[in-house]
Structure formats: structure tokens, C-alpha cells
Design a protein around this ligand. Structure first.
Ligand code: NAD
Length: 487
């Protein structure tokens, strides 16, 4: 089979109560390859009734089983899933690339991230400890950590495997029952992972379900359901605000991982040999469709010309094409809508600034079948330009210039978002000061895009609420109880 051969369309079912089920709607969602337009699979277009049944089944499995009290079982289950993903990595990577468009190399990285995350939280399942405290003579307290109950996970399409597992692993490790709703553009990879869950005997029957379908109906039904105790949402900031409103129905706990407009701040003493490829990668990986994309470049005026000419060279040497080819550096964007949106932003860039490279849809030959956009760099933008302020979610880098550390800091923080930032300098004092003053959940010094399951990740300001990954990420999925003894 050639590396570009596609499979016959598969029909995916929901996984509810430990069984594969069809939606009562008898309607299907189509998944198409954004590189070729060809149909790769169907998934259930579920109804509110389907999602309510799934919530009931998770609720019952949680109530009747010992899942919440059996950390060893949870450890075995998560480890079992990690092993299954590892064994099926190439198969899953092809599905991820065909459905989402990212390069096969990025798909392998994403899936290895799932394996690592599952292994980390498998171990962490056995370390969900509280503490005991002496309060006054004859009085002491036990601060216990308990599962919350039923958690709904709503995930996006850009890193659909890892962003589902990033929440599923700690939610299950903490002892909760879980219902997942993946993005409508990428159900296949999520259901493929659930096929592997179904093969791991340690999962309590019904403790975890997946239901595919539109966010506005079934995602919203999860948001208002009184049987769901917590929603973990990863997606757009505006959808996150809607989820917050829906969750008031029963004062659900919320974890929100939202959008970003992250800066790379490049000082005049930066090691450019190291910085340029990593800054380029930070915006062009996944065709810019990544929450932590380094979408703003803040560069010291004295090195601006050199940095821009080297980044232009980097962008123009990227091989854009079908992600299934091993040689491809950047795949297509996810859809026609996304392509149109990126083109609109570039039109604004053309009027308000200066296009250094790119700014157009790639056409001709195989490009005509998919949604390919040229890696784009736009300079001389005013601070209030929508290209500087809004998350584009495409391969578009906005460039601004500074002349002092104070100005760089003010520009870095001049945003509604606060997900991540990169700082490039060889001056330790400057690095320390910037890392403390930048309002972002992650600040990388002389690197970018380095993520580990043991290191917390999340947003300041409108980039989110709570933390994912690490011990704090596990604790998001726990309730805290004070048990007081007087003896
Ligand atoms: P989106 O908000 O459109 O959709 C995310 C999920 O929410 C999907 O499953 C969708 O079906 C569902 N949904 C949509 N409307 C809903 C509603 N009214 N009620 C309930 N659910 C609803 O986001 P997207 O386009 O899939 O993803 C891109 C966005 O996600 C970007 O803003 C990106 O920055 C953000 N993101 C953030 C992180 C992070 O860790 N902070 C990671 C990845 C992506």
C-alpha cells in the first residue's frame, strides 16, 4: 500500500455503557481528509436523547462500582490503554493525519504524548493523597481527596487525540466516571482510541463513554445536565464563555483550556541560530492551529532585519502538502471555513501592514483538492490590528518591534490572552525578570512548545480557568473534604 493510499470509509458508533451503539437520529457526520477532500469515515450524529442515555450509563456505573475506591484498578486501566496506543501507533497516526491534516510526524508526536500522559497519570492514580492536620488539642482533621463524580469532557479538533487524553487520563486517575464529546470535525481518531479502551479489561463497564455529534446541541446538553458534576472544556474562548453560562444550572465545576495569542520576545542578545527554527516551528506547526502557537513575534529593533530575513527563509523552505508524505513539513488547515477566515485576516494584514511572505491560499495541482495556505509573516502592524489581537488559528505570524525591555514587556502583556510565551535572551537577569512579569501560564526561556505531563499548563486571563497536567491538573478532578475528629 502506498503511503498516500486511503482506506474505505468506516462507520463509527458511540461507546455507551460498554457497548457500541447507534444514534437514535440514524444520521451520520462525515469526516473528510482536508488534504484531498476524500471521505474517510462517518460518525454518529447523536441527539440530546443519546447523550442523556450516555450520562445515565456513566452515572450508574460510577454509583454501583468500586472504580472511585480502587486506585490500582485505575492504574492498570490507564497503563493498559497506554500500551494499546503504543502497539497501534502507526495505524492511529495515519487516521489522525487523514482526518486532521497534520503531518504524519506530528501525529506520531501527538500519539506518543498520549502514551506518556497515560503512563504518568496511571502512576498518579495511586498517589491521590490528602493530609492530616492537628488543629487544636483533641482536634484533628483529615483532608481527603475524593472523585467529583461524573465529568464531561468536550474537546477540540486541532490536537484531538492528546487533548482528549490530557483530560481523560487525570479525570479517570482521580476516580471519576467520564463522558467524552469530541469535536465534530475529528470524531474518528477519538473513537479509534475508545476501541482500544474497549479492549482493556480493567476499565469498569460503562465508566467511560463517547458520544459524537454537534457541540451546539449535545455539547450544550452536557453543559446543562444535572447529572454531570464537572465540565472540562478545551476550545475557543467564546465557546468557553457559553459553557460557563450553561454550567450555572447546577454550579458545575469547570476546567477551561481556551485560546491564545502568544508572543515570542527576541532580545538583541538572543542566540538566533537556536531561536529561528524554534520560533518558525512555534507558528507553523499544525499549520498554526495550535493553542500555544507563537503567533506574535516581538523583536528588538536592532536585530529585526536579520530575524525577519531568516524567518522568511525558514517559512519559504517549508514543504507544504499532504501530511501522509514523510517529507511534508506543514499540512493543510482543517476546513474551507478556516481557510476563508485566514485569508480574510491576511487581507487586513495587507491593508494595515506589510506581508513579508505568504498571505495566500496555495493552488494548482494537488493543492486544489485541499485547504492549503502559505506560511505567512506580516510586519509593521499597529498594536490595535485584529491580526495582533485576535487568535487566527492559522499559519500567520504578526511582527512588532520594541526598543527597550519595558516596551517588550508591555507589548507581551498587551493581550486579552495569557496562555504561553517564549523569551529569547542570554542575559539571566533579563530572563528571570521577564518570566516573572509576563502574564502567561507557561513561559519558555530559550525554547518553545516543550510540554510534559508532569508540568502544569493553562491560561491566565481569557486563556482559561484551572490547570491541566501535573499534580494541579489531577487535583482539578478531585473534591476536597475536611473530616474533623474531636477525641
Ligand atoms: P470550539 O470552541 O469551536 O469547539 C470545541 C468543542 O466544543 C467541540 O467539541 C465543539 O463541538 C464543542 N462546542 C461548540 N459549541 C458548543 C456549545 N455551545 N456547547 C458545548 N460545546 C460546544 O473550538 P475548536 O475550533 O474545536 O478548537 C480551536 C480552539 O481551541 C482555539 O481557540 C484554540 O486556541 C483552543 N484550544 C485551546 C487549548 C488549550 O489547551 N488552551 C488547546 C487546544 C485548542
Amino acid at each position: 500500500m502506498s503511503s498516500l493510499t486511503e482506506q474505505k470509509p468506516v462507520v463509527y458508533c458511540n461507546y455507551v455503557g460498554g457497548e457500541w451503539t447507534e444514534s437514535s437520529s440514524k444520521e451520520l457526520l462525515e469526516s473528510r481528509n482536508p488534504a484531498t477532500g476524500s471521505l474517510i469515515s462517518y460518525a454518529q450524529k447523536s441527539t440530546v436523547q443519546d447523550v442523556e442515555q450516555a450520562i445515565d450509563s456513566v452515572y450508574e456505573a460510577y454509583q454501583r462500582s468500586d472504580w472511585g475506591y480502587n486506585p490500582k484498578r485505575r492504574y492498570e486501566a490507564l497503563l493498559g490503554l497506554a500500551q494499546k496506543i503504543e502497539e497501534n501507533l502507526e495505524h492511529l497516526a495515519r487516521i489522525l493525519t487523514m482526518e486532521q491534516g497534520k503531518t504524519i510526524r506530528e501525529s506520531r508526536i501527538e500519539l506518543m504524548g498520549c502514551v506518556d500522559t497515560l503512563k504518568y497519570f496511571a502512576g498518579a492514580a495511586r498517589t491521590v493523597f490528602g493530609r492530616s492536620i492537628q488543629l487544636e488539642p483533641g482536634n484533628f482533621g483529615v483532608i481527603a481527596k475524593e472523585p467529583i463524580g461524573v465529568v464531561g469532557i468536550i474537546s477540540p479538533w486541532n490536537w484531538p487525540a492528546l487533548l482528549m487524553i490530557r483530560e481523560l487520563a487525570p479525570a479517570l486517575a482521580a476516580g471519576n466516571g467520564v463522558i467524552v464529546k469530541p469535536a465534530s470535525l475529528t470524531p474518528a481518531i477519538s473513537v479509534e482510541i475508545f476501541k482500544l479502551i474497549a479492549e482493556v479489561p480493567h476499565f469498569t463497564k460503562g465508566i467511560v463513554s463517547i458520544v459524537t455529534g454537534p457541540g451546539r446541541s449535545i455539547g450544550a446538553a452536557m453543559g446543562t445536565s444535572k447529572k454531570i458534576d464537572m465540565i472540562s472544556f478545551t476550545g475557543d474562548t467564546s465557546t468557553g464563555k457559553t459553557i460557563m453560562e450553561l454550567a450555572t444550572s447546577n454550579i458545575k465545576k469547570l476546567a477551561l483550556e481556551l485560546g491564545g495569542k502568544s508572543p515570542n520576545v527576541v532580545f538583541d542578545d538572543a542566540n538566533l541560530d537556536k531561536a529561528i527554527p524554534l520560533i518558525g516551528r512555534s507558528i507553523f506547526i499544525s499549520a498554526g492551529q495550535i493553542c500555544m502557537a507563537g503567533s506574535r513575534l516581538l523583536v528588538h529593533e536592532s536585530i529585526k532585519q536579520e530575524v525577519l530575513s531568516r524567518l522568511k527563509d525558514y517559512a519559504e523552505h517549508l514543504r507544504v502538502g499532504n501530511g501522509l508524505l514523510e517529507s511534508t513539513d506543514m499540512g493543510p488547515v482543517i476546513s474551507q471555513n478556516q481557510l476563508d477566515l485566514i485569508a480574510e485576516y491576511c487581507e487586513i494584514g495587507r491593508q494595515e501592514g506589510k506581508i513579508i511572505t505568504g498571505g495566500y491560499r496555495l493552488t494548482g495541482g494537488e493543492y486544489d483538492q485541499g485547504y492549503f495556505f502559505a506560511p505567512t509573516i506580516i510586519d509593521d502592524l499597529p498594536a490595535n490590528s485584529r491580526i495582533v489581537r485576535e487568535e487566527i488559528f492559522g499559519p500567520v505570524l504578526a511582527v512588532q518591534t520594541f526598543s527597550s525591555d519595558e516596551e517588550a514587556l508591555a507589548m507581551a502583556n498587551d493581550t486579552d490572552f495569557g496562555l504561553s510565551a517564549g523569551v529569547w535572551t542570554t542575559d539571566l537577569n533579563r530572563a528571570m525578570r521577564m518570566s516573572k512579569e509576563i502574564k502567561a501560564g507557561t513561559v519558555w526561556i530559550n525554547t518553545y512548545n516543550k510540554n510534559f505531563p508532569e508540568a502544569e499548563f493553562g491560561g491566565y486571563k481569557q486563556s482559561g480557568l484551572g490547570r491541566t497536567r501535573g499534580i494541579d491538573g489531577l487535583m482539578e478532578y478531585c473534591e476536597t473534604k475536611h473530616i474533623h475528629f474531636e477525641i
